[in-house]
Every structure is written in structure tokens, then in C-alpha cells.
Ligand binder design. Structure first.
Ligand code: NDP
Length: 462
């Protein structure tokens, strides 16, 4: 049977666009449907507009700190509307580039929702199309908690349509989005409460980073509320009241639910196509990103694996090369460097101390210091933490973690070293760049502790 397309991609985000573009470059006939905005979450309501707002907070701090370096600046305040206009212009520019990239590579684009009619047929807006292979790359959507009054709360998309800075904000959750949003809103002048159910923020990150980020957030005047969940939101005299499980209340002008994202699989007709999902709605795939139908693939946040843009683009590119480029390959999910754009940011790659110690004995190297800039500025909450987790047996660096200025930029290079299997001795014989914070990663000489070494009797008891 002749199909309309060799590949049809549902979703014009990071994974879908990359896979479509590269597949078309390899000569495939490719169609892509996008119902909302080209570029997906990253470009439109995620990484890009978020980072612009993070940058905005940095200027405010530099302007304040400049006095200590002899500058006489007058800061009259921040204009939210001007920032929003600049941010939206850049987002529109990038979203347009995504559309043009596809057209330039001969991809047929559809500004429409796609839905499976059967395993090879899709309803795309008013049209019916067939495809030999189909890629599901529909991403995810932020979730509110199911509590009374949840509809009064905002989700992350809403930050980018707010007309003004809310004066008092409650952020619910303590993952990537929660902490980044808390820092943006605080950095632009809001009073911020962060409310989370665990004892420390950022579950899954190294415990030293989790502890250090608490100090950093408190240092900039945020109120942290660990070990609680919100139980109800009500509207009182034009304000919101958030009731907490510890019976305390918080008054706020805006409440953000930053409590995770769910895969966009509802209403896609996956049952008609015979594509399986798991209990959280994510499409189930094998290591080649094949779904339960061998010719249907899924990538990006909709598979809920490593929900990061560069992972989506890397896997999308690899799939295109495999299917149409005669270059079968996989993008590895191991040692993926990542950053949380808090203030200061966090950068991390590889295993946390706890993860590494569960696999065997490790040596831990840690340093904490105030960056030179802030010994001058006197700004609080800016202490840097840097940490290496090293395998005792092989001397390999299993994990590198940093909270501090430029952590995201520094960790990209460290990520290459960790990925290549660099040893602590390799780090040690690398000459530092002076004076930088980054040089501390190659001058960590004193072992802070040994972890993961337990007598056999204790292991048996656990
Ligand atoms: P995360 O999984 O990072 O955080 C979700 C937060 O919500 C956690 O603190 C979690 O708590 C909390 N939560 C979940 N369910 C409940 C509940 N029922 N009651 C109370 N609290 C709850 O998700 P995000 O939405 O912040 O981000 C989604 C993903 O997007 C990230 O995992 C990341 O992969 C990606 N991302 C990456 C960024 C970057 O690269 N800088 C920036 C933003 C997002 P608990 O930990 O206790 O479960």
C-alpha cells in the first residue's frame, strides 16, 4: 500500500521538529501536525522565556551590587510589561524559525490537532492522512493538585501571560519549575512562599545540593514551608488564601502549582492504534523508542523518561538517522548533565552521593566558599558548593554537583569529562583557570568523607 507520508510526526516540539527535519533531510516524505505552537514547551512556555526572566533578575542584582564596586547607579524599579514584550518578541522569533526550518527541509506542516483513526491513519484537522511510520511527540502538560479551589491557582504556562508581577506568591512544589519560578518572582521583587511535601527540595538531586539550595533560597528572603501540602485555596476580598496541612494559612495574590507535568496522551486515539500507555498516561516504549506497535514511535516528555529538551532533540535526531539515514544509533540516557536555573543556579551530572554509595565505596570531595564577587558585594545566599563523587575502586568521577554562579555553564564541560570516564587523577592533573570558581573542580585535594562502605553484617540487616 502507498502511504501519504513515510513519517508523520504528531507534535511540533523539540523531539518532533528535530526528527522531522532530519528525516526529511535524509529524503523521507514527512508531515508534522502541531495544534498549539511550533517549538513546543521549550520555546514557548518553558526553557526560553524562563531563561529570559532569569536573566532579568540577574540585572537587578548586579545593579544593586554595583555600588560595592564603585558604581553610582540609580535603580528606579522594574517594568514587567517591558520585559514581557521583549520576551514575547524573542519567543515569536524562535517559534517562527522552527516553522521555517521545517518548510526549508521540505516537511509538510499542519496547524492542526492529529488523532489516530487506526494504526496507519490519522485525522489531521479536516484531513485524513496515512503514514508508514508515525512518531508521537506530544509532550506534557502542567498539573494542578486535586484540592478544593485548585482552579484559582496558576500553572507554569501562566507566568508568561501575567500582566503584572504578583506581590505575594505561593509556589507549590519543589522541583525544577517550582524553584526556578520562585527565584524569578523573588528576584523581580515578589514575596515568595515555597510549600513542599518533603523535608528538602529537589528530590533526586544530591543531598548536599538540596541542603545548600535551602540556604540560598532563604538567603534571598524566601519563606520555605517543608513537610506540608496545600489543602484548600479560597478567594477572600480579592486575595487568595492557601490552607496548609499543618493548619497554617498563607495569603497570596497568585498561587502557582508546580507539581509536575503529565504526558499529553488523552484524546489521541491511542486505543484505535493499539498503542499502550502506563498508569501515568505515558506512552510505553522499548529502548529503540518503539511503542507496542512496531511502526509507531514515541519521544520526548510524552514517554516521561528524561524530560529535558536536549534529550528530546538528541533522541529525535538519532531516530531519524536510524530510520532514514542508514546510520542506526541511540542517544544515551546515561550521565545527562542538567541545570536548575535557581539563584544561584545548580548544575549536575552523573550520580548523587547516595546513588553512587548504593553501588559501592566512594570518596566524596566537597568545597564551599563565597565567590570573590560577593566577598566584595556582601550579598547573602550566594555561597558556592562544589562536589565530586569518586569511585574508590576505579578512581572514576561518578558524579559532579555544583550550586553557585555559572554552575550551568561550568557543568557542560565537566559533563564531557564524566561522560568520557575521567578519573579524579585526570581532574587533578588539569591546570586550573585562575581566578575562577570552576578551577575548584581541579583543585579538590582533601577527601571530605568516604561513603557506601558498610560492614557485610550491616548490609545484611538492611
Ligand atoms: P518535578 O518532577 O521536577 O517536580 C514536581 C514537584 O511537584 C516535586 O517537588 C514534587 O514533590 C511535587 N509534587 C508532585 N505531586 C505532588 C503531590 N501530589 N502533592 C504535593 N507535591 C507534589 O516537575 P516539574 O513540573 O518542576 O518539571 C517537570 C520536568 O521538566 C522536570 O522534571 C524536568 O525534567 C523538566 N524541566 C527542566 C528544567 C531545566 O532543565 N532547567 C526546567 C523546568 C523543567 P516530590 O518531589 O515530593 O514528589
Amino acid at each position: 500500500m502507498a502511504y501519504d507520508f513515510d513519517l508523520f510526526v504528531i507534535g511540533g516540539g523539540s523531539a518532533g521538529v528535530r526528527c522531522a527535519r532530519i528525516s526529511a533531510g535524509h529524503g523521507a516524505r514527512v508531515g508534522v501536525a502541531e495544534e498549539r505552537f511550533w517549538g513546543g514547551t521549550c520555546v514557548n512556555v518553558g526553557c526560553v522565556p524562563k531563561k529570559i526572566m532569569v536573566n532579568a533578575t540577574e540585572y537587578g542584582q548586579w545593579a544593586e551590587d554595583a555600588a560595592a564596586f564603585g558604581w553610582d547607579l540609580e535603580v528606579k524599579g522594574h517594568d514587567w510589561a517591558r520585559l514581557a514584550e521583549a520576551r514575547n518578541r524573542e519567543v515569536a522569533r524562535l517559534s517562527g524559525i522552527y516553522g521555517k526550518l521545517l518548510a526549508g527541509n521540505g516537511v509538510t506542516t499542519f496547524d492542526a490537532r492529529a488523532k489516530f483513526l487506526d494504526a496507519h491513519t490519522l485525522q489531521v484537522g479536516e484531513q485524513r492522512v496515512t503514514a508508514e511510520r508515525i512518531l508521537i511527540a506530544t509532550g506534557g502538560t502542567p498539573q494542578r493538585l486535586e484540592i478544593p479551589g485548585a482552579e484559582l491557582g496558576l500553572i507554569s504556562d501562566d507566568l508568561f501571560t501575567l500582566k503584572a508581577l504578583p506581590k505575594r506568591v505561593v509556589v507549590i512544589g519543589a522541583g525544577y519549575i517550582a524553584l526556578e519560578f520562585a527565584c524569578i518572582l523573588r528576584g523581580l521583587g515578589a514575596e515568595v512562599d515555597v510549600m513542599y511535601r518533603a523535608a528538602l527540595p529537589l528530590r533526586g538531586f544530591d543531598d548536599d545540593i538540596r541542603t545548600a539550595v535551602v540556604e540560598a533560597l532563604q538567603g534571598q528572603g524566601m519563606r520555605l514551608n517543608p513537610d506540608v501540602s496545600p489543602t484548600r485555596i479560597t478567594q477572600v476580598n480579592g486575595h487568595l488564601m492557601v490552607a496548609m496541612s499543618n493548619n497554617f494559612m498563607r495569603e497570596a495574590d497568585a498561587v502557582f502549582f508546580c507539581t509536575g507535568r503529565s504526558p499529553n496522551t488523552a484524546g489521541l486515539g491511542l486505543e484505535e492504534a493499539g498503542v499502550e500507555t502506563n498508569a501515568s498516561g505515558a506512552v510505553v516504549v522499548d529502548e529503540d523508542h518503539r511503542t507496542s506497535q512496531a511502526h509507531i514511535y514515541a519521544l520526548g516528555d510524552v514517554i516521561d523518561r528524561v524530560n529535558l529538551t536536549p534529550m528530546a532533540t538528541a533522541t529525535g535526531h538519532a531516530l531519524a538517522d536510524t530510520l532514514f539515514g542508514n546510520k542506526p544509533r541511540k542517544a544515551s540516557y546515561d550521565d545527562v548533565p542538567t541545570a536548575v536555573f535557581t539563584n544561584p543556579p545548580i548544575g549536575t551530572v552523573g550520580l548523587s552521593e547516595a546513588e553512587a554509595a548504593a553501588r559501592g565505596p566512594v570518596d566524596v570531595y566537597v568545597t564551599r566558599f563565597t565567590p570573590m564577587r560577593h566577598t566584595i558585594s556582601g550579598r547573602q545566599g550566594r555561597r558556592t558548593l562544589m562536589k565530586l563523587v569518586v569511585c574508590q575502586k576505579t578512581d572514576k568521577v561518578l558524579g559532579a554537583h555544583m550550586l553557585g554562579e555559572d554552575a550551568a555553564e561550568i557543568m557542560q564541560g565537566i559533563g564531557i569529562a564524566v561522560r568520557m570516564g575521567a578519573t579524579k587523577a585526570d581532574f587533578d592533573r588539569t591546570i586550573g583557570i585562575h581566578p575562577t570558581a570552576a578551577e575548584e573542580f581541579v583543585t579538590l585535594r582533601t577527601r571530605a568523607r568516604e561513603a557506601g562502605v558498610q560492614p557485610p553484617s550491616q548490609q545484611a540487616a538492611e
